[in-house]
Design a protein around this ligand. Structure first.
Ligand code: ATP
Ligand code: MG
Length: 594
């Protein structure tokens, strides 16, 4: 092996005029001190340079005004970001003033690399030997990239912009910053790209802090159990698959089965309860995201929501980092003790973007051509969801990742991976969806592993037997499919099950309040709706709500406010529902009679 250290014993000083003997001695002493060997200084005349530039091996000490200015600028922006959120503006100004007064140029080594090859948004760079994984590097054209692959003698960089102006041999500079995103309250209500730049024409966003895209997940000690509900407002989910704050619940199903709608309804349902929502769109059509933002605006839900959009037309690197950027934003609020809901729509497209990147970086493909670390890709993302301990402020980050399946195949590579990482899944089924059962939740295959502890008492009490009743109904349905003569008891059971299934239907953007869910379930499981014709069931339900709102508003309020109802109140619900049912049935008869 060649001995690298012995060969380079000359440093070059770029300056307009030759250094004096004294200056030369000072530089040589500096180099000796820094590299612990005798290094000769050679002057290279450069009329363009003001001040001087010292280059040794691959390191540059930039004492030119531009170099000093760049360093001062870095320092100031670091201070303003670090202190903007923490101190008063006037304190910050003092700090900035002080750091300008105290400013002393540090002899930081600036490494420079050269582009070896470029193509498809991937650049191979030589010469940045001490660069770190995940670090941002800047190209001459100003385009930034992230170090994604470390190899001997060269690195692979993924580009966050166009590669048009990058050519072989052009220079690359380190920034020594890991990839991150500006964060702050100003992001709420905004649509941003994966780098945090606004894309909604509403002006700049005031950053309060800068957070790395990838950070370690909170440790076990910093967490507490999931014990508060994150209501979706969807009766089919809140009753049987309750989600808790800090949980990760997968929404999985074929294309066009209402996956996005479940997440969107959940966001709309958070109105007025202080939860901050983040919707991360990955690899979707820009028009669908625009439509979604319109819906959010329509329900006044953008006032507590951030949309991070890396649409299908954007480079794969941006699609790849988008969920991490969204999570960094979410963590900022979680660390302030807030409850945050984040939707990743969807992680199948995220995995595909990552696969494209990895293949271009020439990593060896594994199962379904995904790189070997695709599991780790999603686990390190979803591990960051948490319910923080009281000492850590008690904030939470609840994740609703979405995964698209092909022909209902949950055993494909990416679905099984993510199922195993999450705390349960809401399985949406095409067959149900087309039969009109929307949300198309498959009750048998869906599960929520930790949310039970977080369900409100009222919901738990009201929904107690529903899952079992539905399981019995499904079994019976299969058995009785081909027999025509059924005994009365079986018939009744079937009608009851059908009615229950019908009551789980819900139009989109119509989240239900707790009392509405409770009334529906208490009345249904008490067989109040047994004789309602199935096609009138949803009409009956909405009129039943109107009836309760007109006659029993204090009971409704008490359920919503306290999250609990007594045995007496249960009896009231049943008797009132029966009273209304009788009127309703009579009105049906009248209509038929006419
Ligand atoms: P994709 O695979 O394209 O992302 P998706 O699974 O996210 O689709 P959505 O976009 O949420 O599905 O919904 C598909 C269509 O079904 C939409 O037009 C939506 O309006 C409709 N839809 C979803 N849920 C309901 C519902 N509960 N009631 C009525 N229509 C619904
Ligand atoms: Mg969708």
């Amino acid at each position: 092996m060649e001995n690298k250290t012995s060969e380079k014993l000359t440093a070059y000083l770029y300056a307009a005029a030759a250094p004096s003997e004294e200056q030369k001695n000072r530089f040589e002493a500096f180099l000796k001190n820094k590299y612990d060997k005798e290094i000769k200084l050679e002057w290279i005349e450069d009329k363009e340079i003001k001040g001087f530039k010292l280059v040794y091996d691959r390191e540059i000490y930039n004492w030119t005004p531009e170099g000093r200015f760049a360093q001062l600028k870095d320092k100031l922006s670091e201070i303003s970001l670090r202190y903007a959120s923490k101190s008063q503006p006037d304190q910050m100004i003092t700090l900035l003033k002080k750091s300008i007064e105290d400013f002393e140029l540090e002899a930081v080594a600036e490494e420079e690399g050269k582009v070896k090859t470029v193509g498809d948004g991937i650049v191979v760079v030589e010469g940045l030997d001490s660069v770190r994984y995940g670090e941002i590097v800047v190209f001459e054209s100003g385009v930034k990239g992230m170090v994604q692959d470390l190899r001997r003698g060269e690195i692979g960089v993924i580009l966050f912009g166009e590669d048009d102006e990058i050519t072989d041999g052009s220079l690359v500079r380190r920034t020594k910053k890991t990839a991150g995103i500006a964060v702050g309250e100003g992001f709420i209500g905004r649509v941003v790209d994966a780098l945090g730049n606004p894309v909604d024409n509403k002006g700049d966003i005031q950053a309060m802090d800068y957070r790395a895209l990838e950070t370690p997940a909170p440790s076990i000690i910093d967490r507490q159990p999931v014990n508060e509900p994150m209501d979706t407002g969807l009766i089919s989910i809140d009753s049987m698959f309750p989600i808790g704050r800090g949980q990760r619940e997968l929404i999985i199903g074929d294309r066009q089965t209402g996956k996005t709608t479940v997440a969107l309804d959940t966001i709309i349902n958070q109105k007025g309860n202080g939860v901050i929502c983040i919707y991360v769109a990955i690899g979707q059509k820009a028009s669908s995201v625009a439509q979604l933002v319109r819906t959010l605006n329509k329900f006044d839900a953008m006032s507590y929501t951030i949309v991070v959009n890396a649409s299908a037309s954007e480079p794969a690197p941006l699609q790849y980092i988008a969920p991490y950027a969204g999570t960094a934003l979410g963590e900022y609020f979680m660390d302030k003790g807030k409850d945050v809901l984040i939707v990743y729509d969807d992680l199948s497209k995220h995995a595909i973007a990552y696969r494209a990147l990895s293949l271009l970086l020439e990593r060896s493909p594994g199962r379904e051509a995904y790189p070997g670390d695709v599991f780790y890709l999603h686990s390190r993302l979803l591990e960051r969801s948490a319910h923080l301990s009281a000492e850590k402020g008690g904030g939470s980050l609840t994740a609703l990742p979405i995964v698209e399946t092909q022909a209902g195949d949950v055993s494909a590579y990416i679905p099984t991976n993510i199922i195993s990482i999450t705390d349960g899944q809401i399985f949406l089924e095409s067959e149900l969806f087309f039969a009109g059962q929307r949300p198309a939740v498959n009750v048998g295959l869906s599960v929520s592993r930790v949310g039970g502890a977080a369900q409100t008492k009222a919901m738990k009490k009201a929904a107690g037997g529903v899952r079992l009743d539905l399981a019995q109904y499904r079994e019976m349905e299969v058995f009785t499919q081909f027999s025509s003569d059924l005994d009365d008891a079986t018939k009744k059971q079937l009608v009851y099950g059908q009615g229950l299934m019908r009551l789980l239907r819900q139009p989109q953007s119509h989240p239900m309040k707790l009392h509405e869910k409770v009334i529906t379930l208490v009345a249904a499981t008490a067989h109040v709706m047994q004789d309602i014709p199935i096609e009138s069931m949803l009409d009956f339900r909405s009129k039943l709500f109107d009836y309760f709102h007109a006659n029993n508003m204090s009971l409704c309020n008490s359920i919503d406010d306290n999250g609990i109802f007594s045995e007496d109140e249960k009896k009231t619900i049943i008797s009132e529902a029966e009273k209304f049912r009788d009127d309703y049935m009579n009105s049906l008869v009248d209509e038929d009679g006419e």
